[in-house]
Design a protein around this ligand. Structure first.
Ligand SMILES: C[S@@+](CC[C@H](N)C(=O)[O-])C[C@H]1O[C@@H](n2cnc3c(N)ncnc32)[C@H](O)[C@@H]1O
Length: 254
């Protein structure tokens, strides 16, 4: 079976089902309570130049505009989602610079060639939807290169150790990998590739905490904060239906 690649992930996000799912969330859901708390805490300056990676249909960027942030750039590599973000930004009169780009090749992106950002965001696990750790590190390095020293990075991941049930599930998966009996589409231990009704196919790498700490240290970021979403805010039912619990990460450009 074909292994999951960036092209597979992009075409899954361009699929009509996924586009409808993320567009609906951008129009109706907006920011999660936890996102809003951390954005206001770690990006207190509304004049900050912010870069959103993996903006999808514009859920976070448009909400940032509505919170008063005025220097926003946002990109995604799924063209169909970006069209939806452009349409929502137009509808809400949000002056966001939206552009297509691959987070693993930011150095080649001429739109932001001459811009230095005060911070970057990669929300709702987008970073973990990049297959292969070396590519996720490339994305982290690329974002560091676009931010000033001291600039802030906010992103989320799942966490393989977040509950006893997850830990038991991953112990079984480790046995599968040891026997070579894992899903042959997966690239690395921690990967999942699954289908959900209403969302379509999703690739996701689930790290443990040590993995992310090492990746940040290796890519020009200093870890400053992390916490599970459940410990930050009580989310509405609509948010919980849209998204599972996750770990929020904040780092500062070294
Ligand atoms: C789970 S969606 C989240 C979308 C949006 N941020 C939100 O919260 O509604 C993850 C997004 O990351 C984007 N993405 C994944 N890998 C990417 C890459 N290498 N470069 C740019 N965007 C990427 C996907 O296309 C998708 O829009």
């Amino acid at each position: 079976m074909k292994r999951v690649s960036a092209n597979v992930v992009r075409s899954d996000f361009n699929d009509l089902l996924a586009v409808m799912h993320y567009t609906r969330a951008a129009h109706k859901l907006g920011l999660w309570a936890s996102e809003r708390i951390l954005i206001e805490r770690f990006f207190p300056d509304k004049g900050a130049r912010l870069l959103e990676a993996g903006c999808g249909a514009g859920r976070v960027s448009v909400a940032l505009w509505e919170l008063g942030y005025r220097h926003l750039h946002a990109f995604d590599f799924a063209e169909e989602l970006l069209v939806q973000a452009e349409s929502l930004a137009l509808e809400r009169q949000a002056g966001i610079t939206l552009f297509p780009a691959d987070a693993t090749a930011l150095g080649q992106c001429h739109v932001i060639r001459d811009t230095v950002f005060d911070g970057a965001l990669f929300m709702f696990n987008g970073l973990m939807q990049i297959p292969l750790r070396r590519n996720r590190r490339r994305a982290l390095r690329g974002l560091a290169a676009k931010c000033r020293p001291g600039g802030t990075l906010l992103f989320t991941t799942h966490d393989r150790d977040s509950s006893p049930a997850e830990q038991a599930m991953w112990r079984l998966e480790a046995l599968r990998w040891a026997r070579g009996a894992q899903d042959t589409r997966l690239r690395e231990f921690g990967d999942r590739y699954f289908s959900e009704e209403g969302t379509g196919r999703t690739f996701m790498h689930l790290p443990d905490r040590e993995e992310i700490l090492a990746d940040l240290a290796a890519t020009g970021w200093t870890h400053t904060y992390d916490a599970m979403r459940r410990d930050i805010a009580q989310e509405s039912r609509a948010v919980r239906e849209f998204s599972d619990d996750c770990r929020f990460w904040v780092a500062q450009r070294a």
